[in-house]
Design a protein around this ligand. Sequence first.
Ligand SMILES: *Cc1c(COP(=O)(O)O)cnc(C)c1O
Length: 224
Amino acid sequence: MDYDVKKNLHEVLADLKEGVRLVAISKYHPTEYVMAAYEEGQRIFGESHEQEIRQKHEALPKDIEWHFIGHLQTNKVKYIAPYISMVEAVDSLKLLREIDKQAARCNRVIKVLLELHLAEEATKYGLTLDDCRQLLADGAWRELKHVRMCGLMMMASNTDDEAQIAREFQTAADFFDEVKARYFADDPDFCERSWGMSDDYRIAQQHRSTMVRIGTRIFGPRIY
Ligand SMILES: *Cc1c(COP(=O)(O)O)cnc(C)c1O
Protein backbone atom coordinates (compact mmCIF):
# COMPACT_ATOMS: atom_id res chain seq x y z
CA MET A 1 0.00 0.00 0.00
CA ASP A 2 1.63 3.23 -1.14
CA TYR A 3 -0.27 5.31 1.34
CA ASP A 4 -0.36 4.88 5.05
CA VAL A 5 -4.14 4.78 5.12
CA LYS A 6 -4.36 3.90 8.81
CA LYS A 7 -2.10 6.74 9.91
CA ASN A 8 -3.85 9.25 7.66
CA LEU A 9 -7.25 8.11 8.87
CA HIS A 10 -6.33 8.64 12.50
CA GLU A 11 -4.87 12.06 11.75
CA VAL A 12 -8.08 13.12 10.06
CA LEU A 13 -10.26 11.69 12.84
CA ALA A 14 -8.17 13.56 15.42
CA ASP A 15 -8.93 16.78 13.53
CA LEU A 16 -12.69 16.37 13.61
CA LYS A 17 -14.78 18.33 16.05
CA GLU A 18 -17.08 16.44 18.34
CA GLY A 19 -20.21 15.36 16.52
CA VAL A 20 -18.66 15.56 13.05
CA ARG A 21 -18.65 12.26 11.21
CA LEU A 22 -16.30 11.11 8.51
CA VAL A 23 -17.40 9.78 5.15
CA ALA A 24 -14.23 8.21 3.74
CA ILE A 25 -14.28 8.77 -0.01
CA SER A 26 -12.79 5.66 -1.59
CA LYS A 27 -13.60 6.27 -5.28
CA TYR A 28 -10.85 5.06 -7.62
CA HIS A 29 -9.05 3.36 -4.74
CA PRO A 30 -8.76 -0.42 -4.38
CA THR A 31 -10.75 -2.47 -1.89
CA GLU A 32 -7.55 -3.05 0.14
CA TYR A 33 -7.55 0.63 1.00
CA VAL A 34 -11.14 0.45 2.15
CA MET A 35 -10.29 -2.60 4.25
CA ALA A 36 -7.35 -0.81 5.86
CA ALA A 37 -9.69 1.96 7.03
CA TYR A 38 -12.39 -0.57 7.96
CA GLU A 39 -9.96 -2.41 10.22
CA GLU A 40 -9.45 0.85 12.11
CA GLY A 41 -13.19 1.11 12.70
CA GLN A 42 -14.27 3.31 9.80
CA ARG A 43 -17.72 2.25 8.59
CA ILE A 44 -19.02 5.03 6.33
CA PHE A 45 -17.59 5.17 2.82
CA GLY A 46 -18.53 7.25 -0.18
CA GLU A 47 -18.34 6.49 -3.88
CA SER A 48 -19.48 8.30 -7.00
CA HIS A 49 -19.85 5.64 -9.68
CA GLU A 50 -22.50 2.96 -9.77
CA GLN A 51 -20.34 0.10 -11.05
CA GLU A 52 -17.49 0.80 -8.69
CA ILE A 53 -19.69 1.05 -5.63
CA ARG A 54 -21.47 -2.16 -6.62
CA GLN A 55 -18.19 -4.05 -6.91
CA LYS A 56 -16.97 -2.74 -3.59
CA HIS A 57 -20.28 -3.45 -1.88
CA GLU A 58 -20.12 -7.04 -3.12
CA ALA A 59 -16.50 -7.56 -2.11
CA LEU A 60 -16.47 -5.86 1.28
CA PRO A 61 -18.07 -6.39 4.71
CA LYS A 62 -21.81 -5.86 4.78
CA ASP A 63 -21.86 -3.56 7.77
CA ILE A 64 -20.31 -0.77 5.69
CA GLU A 65 -22.66 2.17 5.16
CA TRP A 66 -22.29 3.24 1.56
CA HIS A 67 -23.02 6.81 0.56
CA PHE A 68 -23.48 7.73 -3.07
CA ILE A 69 -21.85 11.15 -3.40
CA GLY A 70 -21.71 11.75 -7.15
CA HIS A 71 -24.21 12.85 -9.72
CA LEU A 72 -26.71 10.00 -9.96
CA GLN A 73 -28.56 9.31 -13.18
CA THR A 74 -32.14 8.16 -12.63
CA ASN A 75 -31.57 5.00 -14.68
CA LYS A 76 -28.84 3.91 -12.23
CA VAL A 77 -30.91 4.22 -9.08
CA LYS A 78 -32.31 0.69 -9.33
CA TYR A 79 -28.82 -0.80 -9.10
CA ILE A 80 -27.88 0.87 -5.84
CA ALA A 81 -31.31 0.86 -4.17
CA PRO A 82 -30.95 -2.60 -2.57
CA TYR A 83 -28.02 -1.58 -0.38
CA ILE A 84 -27.23 2.15 -0.49
CA SER A 85 -27.46 3.85 2.88
CA MET A 86 -27.58 7.47 1.73
CA VAL A 87 -27.75 9.34 -1.56
CA GLU A 88 -25.97 12.60 -0.81
CA ALA A 89 -26.43 14.49 -4.01
CA VAL A 90 -30.13 14.71 -4.84
CA ASP A 91 -30.59 17.62 -7.22
CA SER A 92 -34.07 17.15 -8.68
CA LEU A 93 -37.56 16.03 -7.74
CA LYS A 94 -37.33 13.51 -10.58
CA LEU A 95 -34.35 11.82 -8.94
CA LEU A 96 -36.00 11.94 -5.53
CA ARG A 97 -39.10 10.22 -6.94
CA GLU A 98 -37.01 7.53 -8.58
CA ILE A 99 -35.10 6.83 -5.36
CA ASP A 100 -38.44 6.55 -3.56
CA LYS A 101 -39.82 4.19 -6.18
CA GLN A 102 -36.80 1.90 -6.18
CA ALA A 103 -36.53 1.95 -2.38
CA ALA A 104 -40.19 0.92 -2.18
CA ARG A 105 -39.49 -2.04 -4.47
CA CYS A 106 -36.75 -3.12 -2.10
CA ASN A 107 -38.90 -2.48 0.95
CA ARG A 108 -36.36 0.04 2.19
CA VAL A 109 -36.11 3.65 3.24
CA ILE A 110 -33.13 5.44 1.73
CA LYS A 111 -31.64 8.50 3.39
CA VAL A 112 -31.08 11.48 1.13
CA LEU A 113 -29.49 14.91 1.20
CA LEU A 114 -30.39 17.75 -1.12
CA GLU A 115 -27.32 19.02 -2.95
CA LEU A 116 -26.88 22.77 -3.14
CA HIS A 117 -24.98 24.48 -5.90
CA LEU A 118 -23.15 27.45 -4.42
CA ALA A 119 -19.72 27.12 -6.02
CA GLU A 120 -18.83 29.38 -8.88
CA GLU A 121 -17.81 26.55 -11.22
CA ALA A 122 -20.43 26.09 -13.92
CA THR A 123 -19.76 22.36 -14.08
CA LYS A 124 -20.91 21.46 -10.58
CA TYR A 125 -24.30 19.87 -10.12
CA GLY A 126 -26.83 20.79 -7.50
CA LEU A 127 -29.80 22.99 -6.76
CA THR A 128 -29.53 26.75 -6.52
CA LEU A 129 -31.03 28.08 -3.31
CA ASP A 130 -34.10 29.14 -5.23
CA ASP A 131 -34.45 25.75 -6.92
CA CYS A 132 -34.20 24.12 -3.54
CA ARG A 133 -36.82 26.48 -2.04
CA GLN A 134 -39.06 25.67 -4.99
CA LEU A 135 -38.65 21.92 -4.61
CA LEU A 136 -39.55 22.09 -0.93
CA ALA A 137 -42.41 24.56 -1.41
CA ASP A 138 -43.93 22.36 -4.11
CA GLY A 139 -44.57 19.75 -1.43
CA ALA A 140 -44.60 16.64 -3.63
CA TRP A 141 -41.68 15.27 -1.59
CA ARG A 142 -43.98 14.90 1.39
CA GLU A 143 -45.76 12.01 -0.34
CA LEU A 144 -42.57 10.01 -0.73
CA LYS A 145 -42.47 7.49 2.08
CA HIS A 146 -39.36 5.57 1.08
CA VAL A 147 -36.90 8.43 1.19
CA ARG A 148 -35.86 10.11 4.41
CA MET A 149 -34.80 13.72 4.04
CA CYS A 150 -31.74 14.07 6.25
CA GLY A 151 -30.27 17.45 5.34
CA LEU A 152 -28.11 19.28 2.85
CA MET A 153 -24.86 18.63 1.01
CA MET A 154 -22.61 21.00 -0.93
CA MET A 155 -19.14 21.46 -2.40
CA ALA A 156 -17.33 24.75 -2.08
CA SER A 157 -15.58 26.37 -5.02
CA ASN A 158 -12.25 24.90 -5.98
CA THR A 159 -10.16 27.95 -5.05
CA ASP A 160 -7.32 29.01 -2.74
CA ASP A 161 -9.45 31.91 -1.53
CA GLU A 162 -10.33 30.70 1.95
CA ALA A 163 -12.59 33.67 2.63
CA GLN A 164 -14.71 32.72 -0.34
CA ILE A 165 -14.86 29.08 0.73
CA ALA A 166 -15.90 30.19 4.22
CA ARG A 167 -18.63 32.42 2.77
CA GLU A 168 -20.04 29.53 0.75
CA PHE A 169 -20.13 27.22 3.78
CA GLN A 170 -21.78 29.95 5.83
CA THR A 171 -24.39 30.50 3.12
CA ALA A 172 -25.15 26.78 3.23
CA ALA A 173 -25.36 26.80 7.04
CA ASP A 174 -27.75 29.78 7.01
CA PHE A 175 -29.84 28.11 4.32
CA PHE A 176 -30.00 24.95 6.42
CA ASP A 177 -31.51 27.01 9.25
CA GLU A 178 -34.04 28.53 6.87
CA VAL A 179 -35.37 25.23 5.53
CA LYS A 180 -35.10 23.48 8.88
CA ALA A 181 -37.34 26.12 10.44
CA ARG A 182 -39.79 26.18 7.56
CA TYR A 183 -40.17 22.47 6.73
CA PHE A 184 -38.38 20.25 9.22
CA ALA A 185 -38.74 21.92 12.60
CA ASP A 186 -40.36 18.78 14.03
CA ASP A 187 -38.21 16.31 12.15
CA PRO A 188 -35.08 15.26 14.03
CA ASP A 189 -33.88 13.28 10.99
CA PHE A 190 -33.25 16.50 9.08
CA CYS A 191 -29.99 17.33 10.81
CA GLU A 192 -27.07 16.73 8.43
CA ARG A 193 -24.82 19.33 6.83
CA SER A 194 -22.43 17.49 4.54
CA TRP A 195 -19.62 19.87 3.66
CA GLY A 196 -15.86 19.74 3.80
CA MET A 197 -13.36 17.79 1.67
CA SER A 198 -9.61 17.14 1.99
CA ASP A 199 -8.61 20.74 1.33
CA ASP A 200 -11.37 22.56 3.18
CA TYR A 201 -12.76 20.37 5.96
CA ARG A 202 -11.17 22.49 8.68
CA ILE A 203 -13.00 25.54 7.35
CA ALA A 204 -16.21 23.53 6.90
CA GLN A 205 -16.20 22.60 10.56
CA GLN A 206 -16.15 26.29 11.48
CA HIS A 207 -19.41 26.54 9.56
CA ARG A 208 -21.35 23.77 11.28
CA SER A 209 -20.60 20.82 9.08
CA THR A 210 -21.84 17.53 10.56
CA MET A 211 -20.30 15.24 7.94
CA VAL A 212 -17.05 15.67 6.05
CA ARG A 213 -16.30 13.78 2.84
CA ILE A 214 -12.57 13.13 2.70
CA GLY A 215 -10.70 11.08 0.10
CA THR A 216 -7.24 12.27 -0.91
CA ARG A 217 -6.13 13.16 2.61
CA ILE A 218 -6.68 9.53 3.65
CA PHE A 219 -6.12 7.42 0.55
CA GLY A 220 -3.73 9.58 -1.50
CA PRO A 221 -4.17 10.96 -4.99
CA ARG A 222 -6.63 9.20 -7.27
CA ILE A 223 -5.40 7.65 -10.51
CA TYR A 224 -8.19 8.09 -13.01
C1 LIG B 1 -14.26 13.12 -4.67
C2 LIG B 1 -15.22 13.83 -3.78
C3 LIG B 1 -14.87 14.18 -2.46
C4 LIG B 1 -13.52 13.92 -1.85
O1 LIG B 1 -12.56 14.82 -2.33
P1 LIG B 1 -11.08 14.88 -1.74
O2 LIG B 1 -10.59 16.21 -2.18
O3 LIG B 1 -10.32 13.75 -2.33
O4 LIG B 1 -11.18 14.78 -0.26
C5 LIG B 1 -15.85 14.78 -1.68
N1 LIG B 1 -17.09 15.04 -2.15
C6 LIG B 1 -17.44 14.75 -3.42
C7 LIG B 1 -18.81 15.07 -3.88
C8 LIG B 1 -16.52 14.15 -4.27
O5 LIG B 1 -16.90 13.86 -5.53
